[in-house]
Design a protein around this ligand. Structure first.
Ligand code: FAD
Length: 621
């Protein structure tokens, strides 16, 4: 049958990409249909229930700055929050939250159900209606035909999904869910370049069978960080600790002895998995000299005893999984509630996409999430938001929008994918962003919320809160610049006491804040009144302290453009170039480019790596 209502935008798949896509489209005023296998799995985390981390929190905050749901759902579902790299510079600081998977999912579902203009329907999409190289709608596996101007495909790991536990295989999109085979076949008949990737997940454990007394406890940070710019600590449920365990030589022996029963080492799985989330068998094999690896024992939620042992993702047979787990101190009597497994799935070469995430071959069809070769909820959510917004703009007859590399990690992500493609699951890192001093997690709202408002993604409440914050930052910075501290005055004396050095002349509070030994709280209320909002104080402080670095980064980038013809000597030993990632080093060693420009065109070699090479060449001279 033909469904009687026509939609502007149809989104297929209610995972992390699909939910952000559907919300973005509906926020922009488009009648939007979210078509998904199962309403109960909207926003489900297939793997670790954690959001954020290095490079990823930047994406989460950008989604948030553009009005998306991921950060708010994290604040409603997060049970342990930490700021990683808190002692390093603000560009690489990253908020990470362990979430209660049930609460997170409930928060996403509630945001979806309360979004005006968004209709949810539970069915599997089995076919696309394509006419004259333009998508016109979707047909479900039971034959219901939905018509729309544009379609966004966000089917994750489900297309042709095959799961592996040891040498046993079964078909599925993830454990407990069916694969999307009809749709996978239909897409393979269209002119897309399809390949296979794989990913994996660890066995889950019953906390009642774990001896926590011998594990190191890892509590969250105090005060508890928040993820969303609209988030507050009051939104958080009860906070709990994670724990740390370690593999040992016995664990590694068990794995080595059973490698022939691993689908990856026996040749059953040939597709490539995520380099930065390797399976334990991969880690033990690749880093054979290491006698121990960390395993983070993370709770799956507040109302369950299930634990996620982060670090032992595996597709070894179940009997070996049990032996591996029980060889670890504290887990000697552990009961596995769900076996670990690997999954292989179809993905599409992202070089076949435009910056808007529209496919080049079928008009009005957009792809987002894991089907574009990425891994991770955050990468998926960010692409979903962009695809949803551009599908909506197309339906409204407007030009597409995509952020530049110097505006957002989302810009880096999309640009990397569509220009370089990927041979392995793509994960975001701060090192992929050459403009990372500009693209911090603390300023995603200042970079993007105004654009989001113009695009129609940001509601009145968020806009009012953002505008007030931005004005307060400007006012406070102006006040610090205009407030002068004289040597010998009470304010001057306070600074001298703090630093142990006399003031040589008069300084503005802003000049004093630029000093490495002083922070906002040391100077702000010496003259006048300090602001009470910690987010404003943090921003004023970061802008004061890092402006010099930021300006220098801009110069570096301009210089880089002029140095593209610089030759890379044949004798260059990439192992001695400090700061290059293992991945990039391998690629450069294999390709041996002749110039910096050639190096920059190798898939996965980032502009940040080019900058490192340039510095290394200067040092060699
Ligand atoms: P998904 O979250 O997979 O969502 C896809 C959605 O589409 C689902 O709701 C599904 O029901 C729906 N759907 C699919 N086909 C159809 C259809 N035909 N009709 C209607 N609905 C459909 N990420 C990491 O960062 N690190 C890891 O270590 C990691 N390990 C993983 C291990 C496993 C076993 C799996 C399955 C995933 C793992 N991930 C990992 C990846 C992470 O789960 C994904 O990156 C993320 O979920 C991708 O989001 P998505 O929205 O693209 O797809």
């Amino acid at each position: 049958m033909d469904y009687p209502d026509r939609f502007d935008v149809i989104v297929i798949g209610g995972g992390h990409a699909g939910t952000e896509a559907a919300l973005a489209s509906a926020r922009m005023g488009c009648q939007t249909l979210l078509l998904t296998h199962n309403i109960e799995t909207l926003g489900q985390m297939s793997c670790n229930p954690a959001i954020g981390g290095i490079g990823k929190s930047h994406l989460v905050k950008e989604i948030d700055a553009l009005g998306g749901a991921m950060a708010l759902a994290t604040d409603r579902g997060g049970i342990q929050f930490r700021v990683l790299n808190s002692r390093k510079g603000p560009a690489v600081r990253a908020t990470r939250a362990q979430a209660d998977r049930v609460r997170y999912k409930a928060a996403i579902r509630s945001i979806l159900e309360n979004q005006p203009g968004l209709t949810i329907f539970q069915q599997a999409a089995g076919d696309l209606i394509v006419d004259n190289e333009t998508v016109r709608g979707v047909v479900t596996e039971t034959g219901i035909r939905f018509h729309a101007e544009t379609v966004v495909l966000c089917t994750g790991t489900f297309l042709g999904g095959v799961m592996h536990i040891g040498l046993d295989q079964s078909r599925g999109g993830r454990a407990g869910d069916p694969p999307s085979n009809a749709l996978a076949q239909r897409l393979r008949a269209l002119p897309f370049n399809v390949a296979r990737l794989k990913t994996g997940t660890p066995p889950r454990l019953d906390a009642k069978s774990v001896d926590f007394s011998v594990l190191a406890e890892q509590p969250g940070d105090t005060p508890t960080p928040v993820m969303s710019y609209m988030g507050t600590r009051d939104m958080h449920p009860r906070q709990v600790s994670c724990h740390i365990a370690h593999t040992n030589e016995r664990t590694h022996e068990i794995i080595f002895a059973n490698l022939d029963r691993s689908p990856m080492y026996s040749g059953t799985i040939e597709s490539i998995g995520p380099r930065y989330c390797p399976s334990i068998e991969d880690k033990v094999h690749r880093f054979a000299d290491k006698t121990s690896h960390q395993v983070f024992i993370e709770p799956e939620g507040l109302d369950t005893h299930e634990l996620y042992p982060n670090g032992i993702s595996t597709s070894l047979p179940f009997d070996v999984q049990l032996e591996v787990v029980r060889s670890i101190k504290g887990l000697e009597n552990a009961h596995i509630t769900r076996p670990g497994y690997a999954i292989e799935y179809d993905f599409f070469d992202p070089r076949d996409l435009r910056h808007s995430l529209e496919t080049k071959f079928i008009h009005n069809l957009f792809f987002a999430g894991q089907i574009n070769g990425t891994t991770g909820y955050e990468e998926a959510g960010a692409q979903g938001l962009l695809a949803g917004l551009n599908a909506a703009r197309r339906a409204q007859g407007k030009e597409s929008w995509s952020p530049r590399r110097d505006e957002a990690y989302l810009g880096v992500l999309v640009d990397d994918l569509i220009t370089l493609g990927t041979q392995e699951p793509y994960r975001m890192f701060t090192s992929r962003a050459e403009y990372r001093l500009l693209l911090r997690e603390d300023n995603a709202d200042l970079r993007l919320t105004e654009i989001g408002r113009e695009l129609g993604l940001v509601d009145d409440t968020r806009w009012a809160a953002f505008s007030e914050k931005r004005e307060t930052i400007e006012r406070e910075s102006a006040r610090l610049k205009a407030s002068w501290v004289q040597p010998g005055s009470p304010a001057g004396q306070a600074i001298e006491d703090k630093t142990g050095k006399p003031l040589a002349r008069e300084y503005s509070l802003m000049d004093l804040l630029k000093r490495p030994e002083l922070v906002y709280d040391d100077v702000a209320d010496l003259i006048g009144e300090a602001v009470t909002d910690p987010a404003v104080a943090e921003q004023v402080q970061i802008q004061a302290k890092y402006q010099g670095y930021i300006d220098r980064q801009q110069d570096e980038i301009d210089k880089l453009k002029r140095h593209e013809a610089t030759p890379l000597p044949e004798s260059l030993d990439y192992d001695r170039v400090e700061g290059l990632s293992h991945e990039i080093r391998q690629k450069l060693k294999a390709a041996r480019p002749e110039t910096l420009a050639q190096a920059g065109r190798i898939s996965g070699v980032t502009p940040a790596a080019i900058s490192i090479l340039l510095i290394h060449l200067k040092k060699r001279r």
